[in-house]
Design a protein around this ligand. Sequence first.
Ligand code: AGP
Length: 652
Amino acid sequence: MCGIVGYLGPNPAFPILIEGLKRLEYRGYDSAGIATLEDGGALRVEKKQGKVVELTNHIGEHHPQGTVGIGHTRWATHGPPSDVNSHPHCGAQGRIALIHNGIIENYEALKELLTHRGHKLVSDTDTEVLAHLIEEVQLRSGLDLPDAVRVALKEVVGAYAIVVLDREHPDRLIAARKSSPLVIGVGEGREFYVGSDATPIVAHTKNVIYLDDEEVATMHRNGDLKIRTIGDVAVTPEIHAIELEMASLEKGGYDHFMLKEIYEQPRSIRDSIRGRVQLQSGDVHMSGIAEYWDVWNSAQRILILGCGTSWHAGLVAEYLFESLARIPVEVEYASEFRYRKPIVRDSDVVIAISQSGETADTLAAIRLAKDQGAHVFGVCNVVGSSIARETHAGAYTHAGPEIGVASTKAFTAQVAVLTAMAIHLGRKLGHLDDRTHMRLLTELDNIPDLVKRVLDKAEATEAIAREFATADNALYLGRGYQFPVALEGALKLKEISYIHAEGYPAAEMKHGPIALIDENMPVIFIATHDEVYDKVVSNIQEVKARGGRILAIVTEGDTHARKLADHVLEVPRCHEALAPLLTVLPMQLLSYHIALLRGCNVDQPRNLAKSVTGEGRNPVNLGWFSTPCVWDVENVVSLHLANGAFLAPRKP
Ligand code: AGP
């Protein structure tokens, strides 16, 4: 939801903080602020509603010179975007400044207590309560700041990643987390960097520490770093080397990150199946499955968990696993699953899908499933993320950093990995004969080239986008494997163009939505050649008969659907199980061009953030996992963890 950065070292903090905030702006961008400790010990706090550029304009030429500082870019949860609600927030004495990502659930109770003790809080935020609470503990207990932070956090219910600056101690920076992500970068010289993820850190160092839940880190100017749990237990820091290249964080000559990420898909899909799809041996190799084959072999059901686009990838996987591996699958919105008191059996295998690896609902759903004895396998794009560390095993999607808020390459990378898994299980469980198995493997291995072919002829999408850019509504229709793609296409259009769009199983039209059809309603059909093609063609006729404006995504060489449609976009022929990897591409491009034509901010759409790390109280305890966690690292192309080995089992 929000982006936080921090710096302690020999250099002026200001440029490092601002650069870091710009890199994290995809997480939240309705207001920004920084705080530094200037010579003479003055605490300088600058904050402004709007993007980071509004903050730098507000600060002007007179840049802070302090060599310790914190910065924040906000996605409002408590209190509307405004200067006073922007972070950092200070305590009553103005001694400490604090930035926060997450939600303090019991902030009203704490606020009442503090107000009762004479504290005057000036903002609507939950975060300001924390700054006052820490100062209150310091004042009343005389505890040193790290201990005061620990004691104060014991009173807090909710999710947080915080960084605290103390005017009395310019040689220290304190950071702590619970549920919200936080990474510490260890610099060459005696310097430390803090970030919500590695993106504001990699320009400075590749050595990082992933702070775990309920840990408090004290960074010292002399290079010393101490980590203790909220329960006051010492923790030995574990430094990891990340291989995130700066180039992957730049736009690489594209106007927007979203467009760059759409055109990266031939590479990101290739990297997600590299080392896993092995044509020579005619097999799929995934150690995350191999290590737990007994579990998969006896699985009675697969439960898939995710949110948003990841949920749509899960829906494609339902079709894949049921038709290729003949295992019953249920796909769950993680936010519903976690509160629905679901029935989970230890014979279930749970697949949790998440690009960021930090989505709070998915994390909580994972903990609930683990608590009920299910084996949880993660499909995730960020190495070292909470979901990667809390699942029993998993597979990384190797799509590289996804900066555009609207997910594109992460979706196709997720579907590519899930397709490889379904082919593998179908084979191992004896449901795929040699010929079908080899055809699927060969075609999957060839998908990156077909994706390139679709993207090379994308200019047609722009012309069609001009046709639809003034629409107020749109309908996306597909059947079978293409139903989830219709949902994903509608989500992309909603997210970045703010046009109200809905995805539907094409046959459902007659049961209501067809009432919406008139000459103003764009209808996007996915009508590729597969078992239900003829059914889709008749659905197109039903819409045509009511004057709908039809765009059909068809297979190259199609003849029927194209005759009925007003506009056609083609994708190459392939096995129906693999077609979602192609048909989603015109959807992504169409929404991109329509949003552009409507003057929308494609990379940072209104009201959205890249990773939804906030939610209410997590009902289940954390509980360190005891069984070894195995994530396959077959393909070592763009692993962020240099050594390939994945986090060893954690010592409780
Ligand atoms: C998709 O474009 C959105 N950014 C959003 O729906 C996203 O897919 C959802 O928040 C899940 O995020 P995750 O994959 O990082 O868990």
